[in-house]
Design a protein around this ligand. Structure first.
Ligand SMILES: [Zn+2]
Length: 563
């Protein structure tokens, strides 16, 4: 018998209890057909020598914004470490402007006013932009700065006449002119000019994100919220954009896409029941191995470090502020019940413990009205949780989707945002496992960097940027963190029968690492790199560093990079 490929001489951890370790793996039609002695006497079109390197199932980020990640990569990088002062920022904008046409937008992202000494201003940006419009995004994604030409294009000549926006803020000079900074809902005033995004721009962004993702060993991604372009997504036809990118190979990882809830509507034509969904009755689970319809996404509250997430307690030092809900709790419940009854899985963004309770009330009510045992409704982030809330989530069959990297990126800010006695309730992962919940892994890229090895590092070490250990009892073992990033994320989209472990019959998606995560000091996990990424038995990324093959064919790095 001849199969497509044999990957030989690897230290393969399958994460499958039936056969935890192997050295050879055979592939036919993109799936695993056997290991080691099962391949005796079998020949293959290609044999790849893995050089004794460590192999794991491909990583799967359960909450990863692909097009936004690409947009960040395409724009001027203003993150701390790259830009550390306002002067450096203005110089960088001037240099970017010099390479652009006279009418093109200058886009930048990632600045932090705490580091650079304040927010940029419209007037100062006007000096360095040569008449071009400028749009800079804050590192949090919750604030932007625009220059005068950008306000003029938005219909406010010279920055005058900019209206107040509910749920937002417009910074102004004493004479009422927009100063540059916009917050929350006010960001729409400028985004309305640059969106919906052209299809070509979405393709470019997806290509950039895909290239980075495969270099990180990501073989599957779950995209949390598309097609509602005024709030989340790029254009009203985002699913088309992702389908094109997947078909053409621009987008390599397998994708599960979530439509945003406002793209759903009452589908007329049923005399006997309401149907809240998409036309044709398309819903969660539709699609194939490369591209699949995921849950419907609902954003119920705000941000933890932005102190807008809906909490039961006031934020530390702010006796009036408990955050707020984006939807009235009854409206949220109606939406959850409606989509549940139409066969959807629902993924609700809820960071504050009050928002989490409202989301769980909705799921509880939905299951009461129409029991759907085994449906895996999700709560994205699940950031501040009591023991009782974890037990309730487990009882309702809910999958919480926390982010590992938030611990090093935002851990200090989150700890400062709550009373000290609540700090041990932040991003609890061990407690979720102890309650019997299957835990996924994610980063919320580009909010945090999408590298899964950084995220696994944080799940194991839980060390913040300042060196504190955030809720030490919640540290995971390496095995638990890796399982979250493989099996757990697959389970969160009902795909564990298809991927998440390296087992016979499952997709041949795996990653070759510079070191065995299980054999090193956990403090060094974040420094481990990806040598090769394989999706469906095809090498999609290779750092060109595989050891010289013996009598076997070496992976062609040029072909591997043909993205
Ligand atoms: Zn997100």
């Amino acid at each position: 018998m001849k199969i497509d490929a044999i990957f030989d001489n690897g230290r393969i951890r399958t994460m499958d209890g039936q056969r935890p370790a192997a050295t050879r793996l055979g592939v036919l039609n993109g799936r695993i057909v056997g290991f080691d002695e099962e391949l005796e006497g079998v020949t293959a079109e290609r044999t790849v020598d893995l050089g004794g390197a460590a192999v794991l199932p491909g990583f799967h980020d359960a909450h990863y914004h692909a097009s936004l990640t690409g947009a960040r990569l395409a724009s001027l990088d203003l993150r701390p470490g790259v830009i550390d002062s306002l002067d450096e920022l203005y110089v960088a904008v001037r240099e970017r402007a010099a390479g652009l046409g006279p009418n093109e937008w200058i886009r930048g992202s990632g600045y932090d006013q705490n580091i650079i000494g304040g927010h940029p201003t419209a007037r100062a940006l006007d000096q360095v932009s040569g008449g071009r419009p400028v749009l800079l995004e804050h590192v949090s994604g919750h604030m932007i700065v625009a220059n005068t030409e950008a306000f003029t294009r938005a219909g406010y000549p010279g920055g005058y006449g900019v209206p107040e926006v509910d749920g937002g803020h417009v910074a102004r000079t004493p004479d009422g002119r927009a100063e540059g900074l916009l917050q929350e809902q006010a960001n729409r005033l400028i985004y309305a000019v640059v969106r919906p995004m052209a299809l070509e721009e979405v393709q470019r962004n997806l290509a950039l994100a895909s290239h980075q993702a495969v270099s990180f060993g990501l073989t599957s991604l779950t995209e949390p919220g598309l097609a509602a372009w005024e709030t989340i997504g790029n254009s009203p036809v985002d699913f088309h954009s992702y389908q094109v990118a997947s078909e053409t190979g621009v987008l390599k990882p397998r994708m599960t896409l979530m439509p945003y809830v406002t793209t759903l509507h009452n589908v007329p034509g049923f005399k006997d029941r309401d149907w809240y969904g998409l036309d044709l009755g398309i819903r969660t689970g539709f699609g194939g191995d490369r591209l699949k319809m995921g849950p419907v996404k609902i954003v119920s509250d705000g941000s933890f470090i932005g102190r807008s997430a809906a909490m039961h307690h006031c934020y530390h030092g702010e006796p009036e502020n408990k955050g707020f809900m984006q939807f009235d709790p009854d409206a949220l419940k109606r939406m959850i019940v409606g989509v549940h009854k139409a066969g959807w899985t629902v993924a609700t963004h809820a960071i504050g413990d009050a928002a989490m309770d409202h989301a769980m009330d909705g799921i509880d009510e939905a299951q009461r009205q129409l029991p759907r045992p085994g449906v895996r409704h999700r709560i994205e982030h699940f950031a501040l949780a009591s023991d009782a809330q974890i037990q309730r989530a487990a009882a309702l069959g809910i999958i919480p989707v926390p982010q590992g990297t938030f611990i090093s990126d935002f851990g200090d800010g989150m700890m400062a945002a709550v009373e000290p006695e609540l700090q041990n309730r932040i991003y609890r992962m061990k407690s979720l496992l102890n309650a019997g919940i299957v835990l996924p892994g994610s980063t919320d890229s580009p909010v945090s960097n999408g590298n899964p090895l950084r995220s696994i590092h944080d799940m194991v070490n839980r060390t913040t940027a300042s060196g504190q250990v955030l809720a030490p009892a919640e540290r995971l073992t390496v095995a638990e963190a890796v399982r979250a990033y493989t099996y757990g994320s697959a389970y969160a989209v009902n795909e564990e029968h298809n991927k998440g472990t390296l087992s016979r019959g499952l997709l041949a998606d795996f990653v070759v690492l510079s070191e065995d995560l299980f054999g090193i000091d956990p403090a060094g996990i974040r420094d481990v790199t990806v040598r090769t990424t394989v999706i469906g038995g095809e090498v999609v990324y290779n750092d060109g560093d595989l050891p010289a093959p013996g009598a076997t064919t070496q992976v062609d790095p040029i072909a591997a990079h043909r993205l």
